[in-house]
Design a protein around this ligand. Sequence first.
Ligand code: GLU
Length: 533
Amino acid sequence: MNNRKRRVRFAPSPTGPLHMGGVRTALYNYLYAKQAGGDFILRIEDTDSHRFVPGAEEYIIESLRWCGIYPDEGVDKEGHMVETPSPGHPHAPYRQSQRKHIYRKYAEELVEKGLAYYAFDTAAELDARRKEAESQKKTFTYNHITRNELKNSLTLPEKETERLIAEGNWTIRFKNPENRVVKMDDMIRGHIEINTDTLDDKVLWKSADGLPTYHLANVVDDHLMEITDVIRGEEWLPSLPLHYLLYEAFGWEESRPAFAHLSLLLKPDGKGKLSKRDGDRLGFPVFPLKWVNQEGEVSRGYREDGYYPQAFINMLALLGWNPGTEQEIFSLDQLVKAFSLERVIKSGARFNPEKAKWFNQEYLRMRSDKDLAEEYAAVLAEKGIDTANYPKGYLEQLCALIKERAHFVNDFWEISRYIFMPPIEFAESDVKKFCTPENLGNIAKVAAFLEDMEIPQAPCNDKAGAVASIEERLTGYIKENGWKMGAVMNTLRLFFVGEARGLGIADIVYFLGKKESLRRISYAAEKLQPTVQ
Ligand code: GLU
């Protein structure tokens, strides 16, 4: 088994948008496979037609593509599930609903071997049993004891069994062995043992759907697709004994994959599973991409919220895994090299939305000013601002300055909109505070001073020098006159921005240029009446 090429799979059910926990499962599978030079396979587990949601499969594929963890097998380059076998995709189709014809014989093989049986109990009958058990504060399980009193091929005469099978309303259930200890190994949790007497005889096949259930299809496909390692969410841990028993029942123990069950992602307060509702309540996405359900309800996505996929992936990788060092920033390639299941934590991983933003900020700062300028130009275009009117390099210099204050490119607008749009209105409380006759008088003199000052056109090569020089001359002038620095600067800011906050005055003057700075001062001075001090 150790000599086999590593083959892992991500096997989501298309029941809705992929939760970020699901993306993490896919990511860990990807990292594990790539580190070993193996294959990452996508299989769509859609045997439960009642839970099928249109668009979910496409969403899953697009999410993996956005994250840069695209499967080697199962899906083609255009994003379609492969339906017929080809050299790169020998096990097609990879959608379980298209593999229907494969599973039946496996279910029947188990019946023939005496390891599974037909059951004919109706849903109503089983419900009645459940209620009865509940009334005695017990839980009903279809097991080695109750199976002897229920309607199945173990209790009914052969003829009756045949008649009921022909009638067509049956299931095939796994016959758990009695009082046996199943010994299992999990790559994260270590050795686990469980007595079969505690297990349910799970349904493997439903005649009503003409389809296998998750357990049978999953195990058969993992075997046929030569999967070497199964890495999945811990909600599947209770199914592990059954899966072990199924490998044994089919005689496939030699090639049974190794298993690893990942702990849950927890709410920011650590109390319970991270859900979409937490995201809505606390204002962060829990899905990689935006999703609109059939009722038209919109769920936000990391992509649409302005996250870089690299930041999202980096953040997810560290939610439950740690490198054993202080390093936090990892490219996908670095993750492939550093990842190990041994360093995946057993306990739940608490999601921290602030940390997610921090990761994006780190990636934003690592981007070149040229890339940021391109991204910001797209945001500005949406606001109706054509950046073609600005000289080359202008936006780069602005981005270099404002990226220090932002988590996302979308924040750039809030930080610097006034560079592109002169204020028309002014914040009332700031007007009250700063438009004293004294300040207004001083600003008029500052305007005259600026008029005579030599201010280079942005962008200039020595931007730092230009800004420092504006700053020096302006503050020097204010000091010389003995005016209060804060009052004059904030009044200027109010005139340039519309409120008394924003970038440094020298930076604003540099980016606005002399003409526009003076124009804004004269507009504001005309519009704002002095307040009595
Ligand atoms: N279809 C299962 C799911 O939706 C796959 C579980 C597994 O990986 O075995 O998560």
